[in-house]
Structures are given as C-alpha cells and as structure tokens.
Design a protein around this ligand. Structure first.
Ligand code: CAA
Length: 470
C-alpha cells in the first residue's frame, strides 16, 4: 500500500425522500396479490412516490442542501458536484446544472461557478463510478483542497400492472467526498468492475418506464456482482489488504454488506449467492450441506452461458430449492443478521431508488447498527453495486474513529418527515400524469419544488424552473 496516498472517503451524507407513499396492503388488494408476497417475497411495506412538482433534480438539490447545511459546507469548499441518475430530464443538459441553479438560489448567483461536474449514467451503478472518479480526483490532488459532492437521485417508475410496479420508489442521497473523512475511508486499490453489453433492463429514448426481463435481470445482477467480487478479492489479497488464514473466506473479513437494492429481498438473495460462492470450497461447506440435507446441484454445463443455465430447467429447479434451504440455515442467518439486515430496513420503507438504493442502504446500515449499540469503528463495509445494461462495481471502506459525529443524529422517520398515504386511485392518477404539476398533493416546506415547466415560446420548450419554498 502506498503510504503517501491521501485517505479519501465519505465524510457525511444526507437523504431526501418524497413524503407521498403507497402502502403495500392497499397495493396488494388493488392488484389482487397476496400481501405476504409483497411483505416477504419482495420486502416492501411503503413505496415513496414523487409529487407532481418533484423530479430527480429537485430531490437531488434537496438532499444536497441538507448535506451542505449539516456538514457546514459552503460552495467555495466544493470543487465538483456530480449527479448520477437514470431518470435524466434532458438528452443534453446535465441534471447537476439544474441542481446548481437551485442551490444558487440559496447561496447566491455564481456561488458554484468555480466548481465542475457532470451527470453520470449507467443504470443503478453510475453513482459508484461517480464516487470513485471523484475519490481519485482527490487522491491525485487535483482538487486544490476542495471536496466533491456526489448525488444519486432517481424515480423508479414501472408500468401500471407490471411485475416491476411493486419495486418502485423515489429519493436522493447526497454524499460528501473528502480527504480524511469523518465517516468511512475507501480501501485503496481494490475497487473492481465488470462490464458487458446486456438488455436485462433498459429504457429507450422517450420512454418513461423501462423494458425489463425480470428473472434474467435478477440472475445477471447476481453473476455480475459475483464477478466483480472475484476481482475485488484478487486485488485485496494481492495488495495485502486482506490475509486469509486456513479455512477462511474473504467474506469473513467484511463486517457489513451494502448492496444494490431494487427491493429488499434482492439484497438477501445477493448475500446468499455470494456466501455460497465463497464458502463452497471451504471446510465449513460440509456442515452447511449437512444442515440443508442435500448437496449443491450442478448445472449440466458448468461453463455455460447465462442463457444455457437458465434453459437447464432441472438445474434451475434444484438450485432454487437449494438456495431457499441455504437461506434457512443457521450459517446464512447468522451472517445475514450480523452483516446485512440493518442495511435493508430503509428499502422496505421507501422502495427502489435505482442509483440511490445502495447508498440509502448504507445510511440504513449506519442508523440501525448504531441504534443496536454496535461499535462500528474500524469495521469494513463491502459494497456490491449493480447497474443493468450491465456493469457491477465492488469496493469497500473502513469506518473511521469519528463516525459517531455523523451517525448519532441519523433518524430515518424524522428525515423523511410526516408522510402522506395515497389511495391507489390517487397514485394511479399521479402515475398517468393526470394531475397538473402545480396541483401538488403535499405542501412544500423548506425544499425546492418545480414551479414552471416549459416556456411560453418554442425555444423555451424544455425549460424547468424551481423555487425554494421556505
Ligand atoms: N408469500 C410470500 N412470498 C411469496 C408469495 C406469497 N404469497 N408469492 C410469491 N412469493 C415470493 C416468491 O417465492 C419469490 O421469492 P424468492 O425470490 O425468494 O423466490 C418472490 O415472492 C418474488 O416472486 P416471483 O418470483 O413470482 O417474482 P415476480 O414475478 O413478482 O417478479 C421481479 C419479481 C422480477 C423482481 C419483478 O418485480 C421485476 O421485474 N422487477 C423489476 C426488475 C428488477 O428489479 N430486477 C432486479 C435486478 S436488475 C436491477 O437491480 C436494476 C434495477 O434497479 C432495476
């Protein structure tokens, strides 16, 4: 490890979640689904829904303003402001330009002029790329002592009546990236990625909702994260970040996991997939299979493609049975409760946030582990970020001695504020955009909202105007 390399990581974070939500029981009744499927099979209780006057830009600005106020950061302290999203508002104009416009209403016109930044896109993984590109900008000392802010902001919207509809949500997370961070320092030289041209989930130009191959996207997520994890492991061993003793797995050296969460259950399944991959060659595996009462099934062609494995129906069925049984074992459950459960709490209360979902998971992990009384100092958090299309990034970080300064004040319910439950009829009208943007359901308070859409003349067609409502 290069001892001269600056220690860089996440110094602080803030969230913004719209107050509107739909309840899973109302939703289940309206769609004729067993509510238990939503509560346990998917892991959702409330899905946050954006109001008529909210979009990914104002959610991002709201999260950013909260971050700057709580971390006592001023525009002159910020050298870069990146926004990662897959809910872009314009094919050319970057989302962060709207955000800068909003922030300058508070901090003064031109207050961010010295800074830079772009909008990043790669489905749900782009925020992780933004984080690392900015961390490296600081490590390279190109930052003139300034910090970077990365905001992940999205509205996850699927077709009415589709299987994706119960994996919706909305919100933003703003992350402050600095040298000598108070919260978590990234482990250096181990961030690892994989990338492949895929069509598991995509949204062609002009289409507001994605085209999804649900089952395939689930499997691809697992495979891509596992491949990135393999690359991470290789680097972690090579750089000496982790030393494995006899019978140990690298997962034993990761104290907590935070992974991409399109829905809560996906996190549980991702952990199961990773643990099976890391444990199956270790002595402990015979105790695991003994508890399960069956050996792990093998595909007809273990070196096959995803398609050939999916087509191997006997294997898929047996593997599904094994996976479910594995998730019932004491081995899995002990690891799950200790290392992942806290990161999934927010997902059940808010839903899918695309780019922001893994970072909301981190926020959730910190709050609920702290509330349990866990000492987080020096603990390693492993991240598994996935973006359809497709790319995965795995990286890790160490909780810093000063972490309590940030974590002690975290309170999800308080951060979201009083929520307003929508009837399914109101939700469907919002979804179909039948309510005018200036007839918002909630009353804005201390936040940015959209106040004007489009100009009076053709050359101002895409204009969006926002106001800060104090
Ligand atoms: N009680 C309890 N559980 C029940 C149940 C009941 N009555 N009925 C069904 N279930 C369980 C099922 O057993 C299943 O559990 P397991 O996953 O443990 O097997 C779970 O509920 C889901 O049920 P289905 O398998 O029937 O799946 P579905 O048809 O409801 O579809 C989905 C689920 C594929 C995730 C779908 O919601 C979807 O397409 N979502 C959008 C795509 C997506 O999120 N993909 C994830 C990876 S890609 C990605 O992550 C990028 C991104 O952000 C979009």
């Amino acid at each position: 490890m290069n001892v001269d390399m600056p220690v860089v990581g996440i110094d602080d974070l803030a969230i913004y979640v719209p107050k509107l939500y739909i309840d899973y029981k109302d939703f289940a009744q309206a769609r004729g689904i067993d509510p238990q499927k939503l509560e346990y099979g998917i892991g959702i209780r409330k899905m946050a829904i954006a109001d008529t006057n909210q979009d990914p830009a104002c959610m991002a600005a709201n999260a950013c303003l909260k971050l700057m106020q709580k971390a006592h950061i001023h525009p002159q302290d910020v050298g870069r402001l990146y926004v990662a999203t897959e809910s872009a508002l314009d094919e050319s104009k970057a989302l962060n330009s709207f955000v800068i416009g909003m922030l300058e209403q508070v901090y003064g016109e031109g207050s961010f002029e010295h800074a830079g930044g772009i909008e990043c896109k790669f489905a749900c993984v782009s925020g992780s790329y933004a984080l690392h590109d900015n961390a490296n900008w600081i490590r390279a000392e190109e930052n003139s002592g300034k910090a970077a802010i990365v905001i992940v902001s999205d509205i996850a919207k699927y077709d009415l009546g589709s299987a994706g509809e119960y994996t919706q949500g909305a919100g933003a997370v703003a992350l402050l990236i600095k040298e000598e961070p108070r919260l978590m320092a990234f482990d250096p030289k181990v961030a690892s990625t994989v990338i492949k041209n895929e069509y598991d989930f995509y949204r062609p130009f002009g289409k507001e909702t994605p085209l999804v191959n649900g089952g395939y996207s689930n499997l691809l997520y697992l495979i891509q994260v596992r491949k990135a994890f393999d690359a991470y492991k290789e680097k972690a061993l090579k750089t000496g970040l982790v030393k494995l003793n006899e019978g140990e797995a690298i997962t034993d050296h990761i104290d907590f996991f935070s992974v991409h969460l399109p829905y809560r259950r996906m996190g549980e399944k991702a952990l199961a997939y990773l643990l099976r991959h890391e444990w199956r060659h270790l002595p402990r595996w015979k105790h695991v299979t003994k508890e399960i009462g069956m050996n792990e099934p093998q595909p007809k062609d273990p070196r096959g493609t995803i398609e050939s494995i999916l087509a191997d129906t006997d294997f898929m069925k047996a593997d599904e049975q094994f996976r479910r049984a594995f998730m019932q074992t004491s081995f899995y459950n002990e690891t799950y409760e200790k290392k992942m459960a806290s990161s999934l709490e927010a997902s059940a209360q808010i839903g899918n946030l695309y780019t922001a979902s893994m970072y909301m998971g981190l926020r959730s992990l910190l709050e609920f582990e702290f509330k349990k009384g866990t000492d987080l100092e020096g603990k390693r958090i492993g991240f598994g970020s996935y973006g359809s299309g497709s790319s995965a990034m795995v990286f890790s970080g160490i909780m810093q001695p000063t972490y309590k300064e940030i974590v002690k004040g975290l309170d999800l319910e308080n951060d979201i504020g009083d929520r307003v439950k929508l009837s399914i009829d109101e939700y469907e009208r919002l979804h179909r955009k039948e309510i005018d943007f200036n007839s918002a359901v909630t009353k804005a308070h201390k936040e940015f909202v959209l106040v004007k859409l489009g100009g009076s003349t053709a050359d101002k067609a895409g204009f969006r105007e926002y106001d800060y409502v104090s």
